[in-house]
Design a protein. Structure first.
Length: 98
């Protein structure tokens, strides 16, 4: 199809189904990564706050996964990004205090 035949109302990009699948896969991947990092951190330190931060990240990743399945992909992205960022910053702040 040439550029002259392209409908101006047609939005290039992902379909809603593709966006949901990508965010579901991303949420699942982040959940696996957070679980692995939690296991590694528990090997080096036995802090209740460490478990709390990574547990929060796991819960928010699961919430983002469920939001994606429900079709709320923008909210899922927001929850996933903010939740993981808060957990990482909080863990970093806790490590710097020690």
């Amino acid at each position: 199809m040439s550029e002259a035949n392209v409908d101006p109302d047609e939005h290039p990009g992902l379909t809603p189904r593709q966006a949901r699948r990508i965010r579901i896969a991303l949420s699942g991947g982040i959940m696996i990564a957070v679980g692995a990092v939690l296991a590694l951190r528990l090997g080096s330190t036995h802090s209740v706050l460490t478990v709390a931060f990574y547990g929060m990240a796991l819960i928010l990743s699961g919430s983002a996964l469920m939001l994606s399945r429900a079709g709320r992909t923008r909210w899922a992205t927001l929850v996933l990004g903010v939740g993981v960022a808060v957990a990482v910053v909080a863990e970093w702040a806790l490590a710097s205090v020690r």
